[in-house]
Structure formats: C-alpha cells, structure tokens
Design a protein around this ligand. Structure first.
Ligand SMILES: [Fe+2]
Ligand SMILES: [Fe+2]
Length: 328
C-alpha cells in the first residue's frame, strides 16, 4: 500500500464493486482504513490489482474513494464492466448479481449517514451512465426519457433526488435478483423515476408527508391514495408510452402482499413482484432520509424494516428473503 494521504474533500465515495485484476485502473483509488479512519491512496491510476488481495479488502466492506477529477473515468470504467457482463452470451448473471449485492450492502452497512447518502448519489450517477450506454436498439425513446428525468433529479436537492435514488436502487435490486434483460432494466428504472410524479398534483402539506401514510389523517390518506394513478395519468397526458410493466410498477408501488396496501388493496401474487421491489427501494431511500434525524445505525434501521416486512407480510416471503440476502 502506498501511504499518501489525500484531503478527503477532494474525493468522492464510490460503492464497492468488482474490479478486473487484468486491466489497468483508469483512476486513483483510495481506501479508508478501519481503525485509524485515515484515507490513503490504495492504487494509483495505471496500476493493476491483485484480485485476491482486493477481494480481501472489499469483503471487509471498506469505503473506497476516487478523486473528483477522476470520477467521470470511474463511472465509465464500472459501466463498461457491467455492460461486458451483460453482453456475454449468456449474460454473466452470477457476477452481476454479486456486484449489485456488493454495492447495495456496502451502502447500507455504513455507520455514517452522510457516507451512505454519498454512496447512493454515486450509485445514481453510475446507473444514469449505465442506462445511457446500454445498447439502444428499439427503446431509444425510453432511454432518452430516463436520462432527461435523471439529469433533472441529479441537479436537485435530496428531496428532488428521491426519484433517482429509487430508480437506481430498484435497478440494482432487480439486477441482484438475476433479471438482466436490458429493456426490462430501462423500464424498471423509468418506473422508479416516475413513481411519484402524481404527487405534484397534491397539496404541499400532503406531499411532504407522502412517505408516512400510516401516520396521516383520513383526508390526507384519501388524497395520497390518488397519486399512483395520478402518476400514470400525468405520464399519459404528456404522450409518454407507458409499458405494461411500468404501469404495474407505478400503480402498485404502495400495495402490500398482505392486502393492506393502497390504492386497491391487491392481495398476494396480484401484486407484481417488481412493484414490490420498487416499494422496497422507496422505503430504502426514506430510511436514509430518516436516519439523518436520528443516531440509530443504518443497518439497525434496515433490520427493523425487514422485521416489519415479515410481521406485516408486506412482501412475498420468498422475495423478502432474497432481498434480505442482497442487502445484508
Ligand atoms: Fe408513492
Ligand atoms: Fe416515493
């Protein structure tokens, strides 16, 4: 290890990912040491990695960073790796699942909320890069639409970034479950970006409480129930071609396996599995937002969330177990 320290404010936290030992790194890679918390240069741009050593380091859930001016190169590098895995015939499903799981569990095992949110931002940047680079035969329009909305969210506040966070979490969870069809991934991402656009038609007081449905009064609840259909109507009124999958995901992102969700209280398998994944992604971003207001460790909050899912049968139990395995 090279022990050149670098001022942390010039670095961007990046999610842990699979690196190819055989190819030279196009960026400097920094790592934070566990006990001392010091951030040191781990590999300089142009050097190759010893895979075995790297596996050891990344299995310890350390935090990695790249210099701000190398960030674009990092995004290109990790995107290319994902696309290479996708284009293998058959796609290298297991490796992609592992990489997605590693990114997710890395973000949600952070002790520090600021670090976790930064990782989520990077994940959003990566997913945007990834979607723009996907081979675009036949679904250019969807891709363009995704990028337009993603760019809008990227420049906004945390609240405005919510759709992009949800989109990237949904895509990574879906990849982690082994679904890697490119068209599906773009649609899943779009559903994540658009799931709440219907909220814009509701009073501000309801919008700000939108993710606390259970704590709301009857009137606010009734209004809130309108937003999934509202999102769909809004997209269609703008001439956006909504696929069947996107429709199910947007309409059902607050439904629950138990039948206690809204707006139509669908039960069991009537709730689309990917709508359930979107539901989880929505909760995960909310979990990080709430963690900013309290001292509780993110992983402890995540554990509580999954205990609630189990207690209340929010999700299909088999799906819940698979998502749990991805996040912990
Ligand atoms: Fe919603
Ligand atoms: Fe949401």
């Amino acid at each position: 290890m090279i022990s050149a320290a670098s001022p942390i404010e010039n670095l961007i936290a990046i999610p842990s990912f699979e690196l190819r030992p055989e190819s030279a790194l196009p960026f400097d890679l920094f790592v934070r040491l566990p006990v001392t918390n010091r951030v040191i240069l781990y590999r300089r741009e142009g050097s190759t990695l010893d895979q075995e050593k790297f596996d050891k380091v990344s299995s310890r859930q350390l935090n990695f960073f790249v210099p701000k001016d190398h960030y674009e190169r990092y995004l290109e590098y990790v995107t290319r790796q994902f696309l290479d895995l996708l284009s293998k015939k058959p796609a290298d499903s297991r490796k992609m699942q592992e990489a997605a799981g590693r990114m997710l569990s890395n973000a949600f095992s952070q002790e520090n909320v600021t670090d976790a949110r930064e990782l989520l931002h990077s994940m959003g940047d990566f997913v945007t890069h990834f979607v723009s680079d996907i081979a675009s035969e036949g679904f250019v329009n969807r891709q363009t639409l995704f990028l337009k909305f993603a760019k809008l969210a990227q420049t906004g506040t945390d609240f405005q970034r919510h759709p992009l966070h949800v989109a990237s979490l949904t895509i990574m969870l879906v990849v982690g479950l082994g679904i890697q069809d490119q068209r599906t991934l773009v649609e899943v991402g779009l559903a994540g970006l658009m799931h709440d656009v219907g909220l814009t038609q509701l009073p501000v007081s309801v919008i700000t409480e939108a993710h606390k449905y259970r704590e709301l009064g009857t009137v606010s609840r009734a209004l809130l129930k309108l937003h999934p259909q509202g999102s769909l109507d809004l997209l269609r009124s703008r001439g956006i071609n909504v696929s069947k999958l996107m429709e199910s995901m947007i309409l059902q992102h607050h439904e629950e396996f138990s039948g206690n969700g809204y707006p139509t209280a669908l039960i069991g398998e009537a709730v689309h599995p990917l709508a359930q994944v979107l539901h989880v992604a929505d909760d995960l971003d909310e979990l990080l937002a709430e963690a900013s207001d309290g001292p509780q460790h993110i992983e402890a909050r995540l554990r509580l969330l999954f205990e609630r899912y189990e207690r209340e049968t929010t999700l299909d139990p088999a799906l819940r177990k698979r998502l749990h395995a991805l996040l912990f």
